[in-house]
Design a protein around this ligand. Sequence first.
Ligand code: HEC
Ligand code: HEC
Ligand code: HEC
Ligand code: HEC
Ligand code: HEC
Length: 400
Amino acid sequence: MLVSRLSSVFYLLFILLFFSFSSANGAKKEKDLLRHVSAEECKTCHEDIYSQWEGSMHANSTALKDPIHGAFYTAVVGSPEKEGVKKNGKYPICLQCHSPAAAKDGKTDLTSNEVYNEGVNCVSCHTITRFKGTKKPSGGLRLGMQAYAFSDTSLQGPGTNHAEADWEHPIFASSANPEVMKTNAVCMGCHDKRNNSNKVALCQTGDEIAVSGDSNNCLGCHMPIVNGKADHSLLGGHSAKMVGKGLVMTLSTLSKDAKTLVVNIKLANQLPHKLPTGAPFRNIYIKLTGYGQDGMVVWTSTQSHPAKDDKKAMLMYSLGDAKGDPAPPPKATQVLGDTRLKPHETRKLKYFLPAAKIVKVRAVAYYDLLLPPMKKKFTKPEHEELVTSKIIAVAEKIIE
Ligand code: HEC
Ligand code: HEC
Ligand code: HEC
Ligand code: HEC
Ligand code: HEC
């Protein structure tokens, strides 16, 4: 009895020792590769940059963290918590941009290593040595990590802290790589463009800028220097304040005759890319209201939503199927229309109102992450923020 009990105790000890050794070895191996270094490690010394990044969509880009990406990923690809998931028989392309570390390892279970669920983390950008371009010689697209060469042993930095020639990163090997880290190159692998499997263009911010011929650097607007350091909040569509910076909306009126008041709304896109840019379902719409004495609403440009009854006030990208009916991004086979503001475009919207009753007109521009039909899929209380239209600009005028 005693012998067998002792031997089972030894057996147990042996197993424990074996596993602790093998995991210690595993951990050491992983530590050797920069791709497996967690943002938590950088946090110890770069606390303010870490907290900016932590609140950004880069830190929340995975299917387990971003409910909108998660809904699409699960529907189009499968579970983000299973290994070996394939799309059309291939490794899911989404992870090349939404979870770079998982893509480098060829893994699909985002819970199997903490860095996978960190999304676009510090080392996703700070190991890029070169941007290869998104066009394959064969004509196809190289996306996300495929578009970059990267190092697994040396951090890449802008070189702004290399004022003294002998500066070295205190814990990692490092290189000053301003050609990548201070130019659009660092963003383009993931933000240039992307097609669905029917070759219909979905996101195309980089292309928009190329067409605009504007050499503006993404970093100037998206990573301004705040308190002496590059801001890593990387604001975009999830910040109404940021979207509002892109649009200047003004309003002018003229009385055509005693009966008609003509209102001109001028929309001016301040940006070198489209407004709105990015995901194909981002949209902006404008509502005009005429007020009478006592602040009573006497006229509105729309009875429900401009998407239904005032299409000129709807800035959106429309995707469709072969029959020309609206289709969601993964299924679209053609572009039906694109009424978003082009880079630096100025556009006028003209309205005719009943002059007699109106003493004030007011135009409000709203931004939405999702198109109205898609909002119905996000009904949980925690999704409220994602489905609420945000005011991004207001213009008004008192009629003399
Ligand atoms: C989306 C890509 C991206 C991610 C993610 C990212 N960085 Fe950066 N980081 C950059 C770029 C680009 C610069 C250079 C900006 C410049 O010089 O204008 C930079 C600059 C820096 C600098 C120098 C700051 C300065 O201005 O002196 C530090 C330090 C840094 N990053 C740390 C981090 C840490 C820590 C994380 C993760 C918490 C992180 N970065 C995540 C792209 C990124
Ligand atoms: C032990 C402290 C420490 C840790 C941990 C640390 N850093 Fe740094 N890092 C520094 C110091 C100090 C500097 C120089 C001054 C500064 O920028 O704050 C620096 C500078 C940088 C720079 C600017 C380099 C340049 O070219 O200008 C980058 C980028 C950077 N770190 C990225 C990272 C990333 C990514 C991690 C995590 C993988 C990390 N650091 C972890 C201390 C640390
Ligand atoms: C490794 C791929 C990758 C790189 C490199 C990268 N991004 Fe991103 N970026 C993403 C992904 C993925 C998202 C979307 C996350 C989501 O909404 O689920 C995103 C989101 C954004 C957003 C939108 C934020 C919002 O509020 O919706 C902005 C702005 C942005 N990135 C700017 C940049 C800039 C500027 C650079 C270059 C300094 C850059 N990114 C580099 C992958 C990348
Ligand atoms: C002149 C300033 C400016 C420059 C330059 C600029 N952007 Fe933007 N960007 C903005 C503003 C403002 C917004 C918010 C309005 C919008 O979403 O269209 C924005 C939005 C975005 C978004 C959010 C899309 C989404 O779906 O949420 C992405 C991604 C983005 N920009 C990437 C880039 C990239 C990549 C570059 C460089 C090639 C770049 N931007 C250059 C100002 C700028
Ligand atoms: C080339 C890089 C890239 C690839 C590949 C990619 N995405 Fe994205 N995705 C982005 C970027 C960048 C954004 C955010 C900025 C924008 O809107 O352009 C984004 C945003 C999204 C959004 C909107 C998220 C939000 O917060 O509103 C969804 C949904 C999405 N992607 C789904 C997918 C799915 C599903 C796949 C794979 C079938 C995929 N993406 C492949 C780069 C990519």
